[in-house]
Design a protein around this ligand. Structure first.
Ligand SMILES: Cc1cc2nc3c(=O)[nH]c(=O)nc-3n(C[C@H](O)[C@H](O)[C@H](O)COP(=O)(O)OP(=O)(O)OC[C@H]3O[C@@H](n4cnc5c(N)ncnc54)[C@H](O)[C@@H]3O)c2cc1C
Length: 540
């Protein structure tokens, strides 16, 4: 029996951190269970892993690199680097417990089927994913494996509430966040997170399989020549322990001030958990439970803490709402959810796009954000809104061009949150900001970065300007510019567009959409219909 080879019980704390370590590798005649890791690169609160461990079978933990990504968009450069680092951290964690992460390459379905055949696995477990093409792959796999007598189970490891469980009274998906979130809150707290399995037995892999397995480097996820990942590496330690440490630190030091300071990019007032949530190094249930525990740590907690906790919870709600949209509107990343925007006369402005991407628009807050993104793979939420507004309104460039750039450069690039937020800013999404609300990048800077700390950090050529001018260097006198070492048009650009003219142009463009209002389900949504998904349970 495989279990007989296992060392003494390993006890794990409820937090998911190991309280002692043990290894167990089994060479067994008993058919093993495969845990297919996807966007759940952790050991605690990992329902598929928990189920496999509870079965008592020896485990094979696998990650499959499918260059065609199951018909989904391949990950962007920064996200691929983050995936590389996160896989490495997961492998280290598994190795410390006597296992390993088996890395395979190829078409997901064919590779998993071959692995089942080769190892004689009797069970396969995974956590669900919500992209249309991914669901199709998972459904087909589930059906074919079950036909072969393999036990296949899928679980919710990525969301607080799965998309088909939250519908309005007519059984349709919500289109307004506030109503959606109220409905979620009415459903009560999500189930508490599970700890790491107390006992895991790992299957010894046959030599032919280990020889065929890929190395992490061979997957080609990390950049090589040139290796541009230095800034990302400095900003983001990977893995489950780093994620839990960040969560603890945020709740211990920043929660109380979150509601008041979360919009200020110069303060590290937000959790910076988004990259960890994106690859599942931490689960939303873990974040939720830790938030509630921190909120009530001192009796009922202060009113300030309670306000901040609700605000933070609702941000997790926005993450849920983005995944909800992706599930119900499969072409969220490519199609305006408001068809009126199909008539928007977007400008084809390659020079403007390039200036925006490089952080050379001449608007300091925009440039600071775009440079932070390039250097660290992350940008503060307030600044994401400002730069997205600038691209779609000041430059009148299609939101999809900005979404693609973010997709390639964000460490937390998320197939739901990225397009949903771009559509929100552009005005083309469900429950979107009205198009005519056009951020003034100078006023935004003055309001949320009043001392210019953020701009000075990322646009050092403006660091010497006084606070009052750091967001609008063109208003400085020749003497002030000289004193600060700023040469406009030479070492820092003049604004690429003038704010008021750009604003007028954007409003006129919007008027050309014929003011068609309304919202249409995506083509995919019309074909499948969210109701039908809901009836089918939507699970794969
Ligand atoms: C144009 C644009 C593109 C974006 N692209 C992404 C993306 O690809 N991936 C991504 O995770 N977030 C994206 N966001 C949302 C948001 O900017 C980030 O989630 C947030 O800045 C992450 O920082 P944090 O973890 O410190 O957030 P916190 O303020 O600490 O919030 C906690 C968590 O809530 C979630 N969250 C917060 N705000 C949002 C939001 N508006 N939408 C969805 N989830 C949210 C995130 O998971 C975040 O980690 C985008 C926002 C905009 C305006």
């Amino acid at each position: 029996m495989a279990r007989a080879l296992c060392r003494a019980n390993v006890s794990r704390s409820r937090s998911g951190l190991p309280s002692s370590s043990a290894s167990s590798r089994a060479s067994s005649n008993e058919a093993p269970a495969i845990v297919w890791f996807r966007d759940d690169l952790r050991l605690a609160d990992q329902p598929a892993l928990a189920q496999a461990a509870a079965s008592g079978l020896a485990l094979i933990c696998v990650w499959i690199h499918d260059p065609h990504a199951s018909g989904e968009r391949p990950e962007g450069g920064a996200a691929r680097w983050w995936r590389h680092e996160s896989l490495r951290a997961l492998d280290v964690a598994l190795t410390a417990r006597g296992g390993r992460l088996l890395l395979l390459q190829g078409d997901e379905a064919a590779t998993l089927n071959a692995l089942v055949a080769e190892t004689g696995a009797q069970a396969v477990y995974w956590n669900r994913r919500y992209g249309a093409a991914q669901r199709a792959v998972d459904s087909a796999l589930k059906a074919s494996l079950r036909e072969r007598g393999v036990d296949v189970e899928s679980f919710n490891g990525q969301l607080l509430n799965e998309p088909w469980t939250v519908l309005n009274q007519s059984g349709e998906p919500f289109r307004v966040f506030s109503a959606y979130w109220r409905a979620c809150l009415r459903m009560g707290d999500p189930p508490p997170p599970q700890g790491e399995p107390e006992r895991m037995i790992f299957q010894s892999l046959p030599a032919r399989l280990t020889q065929r397995a890929s190395t992490l480097d061979a997957l080609g996820l990390a950049p090589r020549s040139p290796d541009w990942s230095g800034g990302l590496r400095a900003a983001w330690p990977a893995g489950e322990e780093a994620a839990l440490e960040r969560l603890r630190a945020f709740l211990a030091t920043d929660l109380d001030s979150y509601a008041g300071e979360r919009d200020e990019p110069g303060d590290a007032a937000t959790s910076r958990l988004s990259p960890y949530l994106a690859v599942g190094a931490v689960s939303p249930r873990q974040v939720w439970a830790a938030l509630r525990a921190a909120q009530h740590a001192h009796g009922r907690g202060s009113a300030r803490r309670a306000t901040s906790a609700e605000k933070f919870a609702s941000e997790l709600g926005w993450r849920e709402f983005c995944h909800y949209q992706r599930y119900h509107y499969a072409d969220l990343a490519t199609r305006n959810l408001r068809p009126a925007f199909d008539a928007m006369p977007w400008r084809n402005d390659a020079a403007g796009l390039k200036a925006w991407q490089r952080g050379l628009t001449g608007y300091p807050l925009v440039d600071a954000g775009m440079r932070e993104l390039w250097r660290t793979g992350w940008m503060h939420n307030r600044v994401r809104m400002v730069v997205a507004s600038f691209l779609t309104k000041h430059l009148l460039i299609d939101w999809r061009a900005g979404e693609s750039w973010f997709w390639d450069t964000l460490v937390d690039a998320d197939p739901a949150s990225n397009p949903a937020n771009w559509q929100w800013v552009a005005g083309s999404g469900v429950d979107a900001a009205p198009y005519f609300r056009i951020f003034n990048p100078v006023l935004q800077g003055q309001k949320f970065d009043p001392r210019g700390a953020y701009v000075r950090q990322w646009v050092p050529e403006l660091a010497g300007l006084p606070d009052a001018l750091v967001h609008q260097p063109w208003k400085a006198s020749a003497r002030q510019l000289e004193a600060a070492g700023v040469r406009l048009g030479k070492n820092y650009p003049e604004p690429v567009v003038e704010h008021e003219l750009a604003r007028q142009r954007a409003l006129e463009a919007y008027a050309q959409t014929g003011k068609a209002k309304g919202f249409a389900a995506s083509r995919e949504g019309q074909k499948q219909g969210p109701r039908q998904d809901a009836k089918q349970g939507g699970k794969a």
